[in-house]
Design a protein around this ligand. Sequence first.
Ligand code: FES
Length: 147
Amino acid sequence: MYSEKVMDHFNNPRNVGEIENASGVGTVGNAKCGDIMRIYLDIDENHVIKDCKFKTFGCGAAVATSSMATELVKGKTVEEAMQVTNKAVMEALDGLPPVKVHCSLLAEEAIHAALWDYAQKNGITIEGLEKPKSDIHEGEEEQQEEY
Ligand code: FES
């Protein structure tokens, strides 16, 4: 049910770890499964992302999407990194099963949270970037179960 690319990034995840004195760090959780993701960004004076690492308590799909997302943002400017959406990451991985789409949001949101942290520390504004949520499902209507 997983594409070869997903399996490759799951078995050999790129950019796992942390960056000391990172320019920006973002952590988000996913209430649906209780998983957590943290992204570290190393950004130079031209606002180019030199390095990106991640740590996750997420599932295999979260590992694969984070691995791909960190690869995609490296070398991009902070503005260009905004284009690395969960959709773009899923396309780069040749798709994910529908039940796993929410896992791919962890990487996108954690990157946004790390960019936000960087922007706050440096007093800059990144176009299109909004204050991150601490949970990717924050603000969603609680689903009422009816019997
Ligand atoms: Fe939690 Fe995939 S099930 S991140």
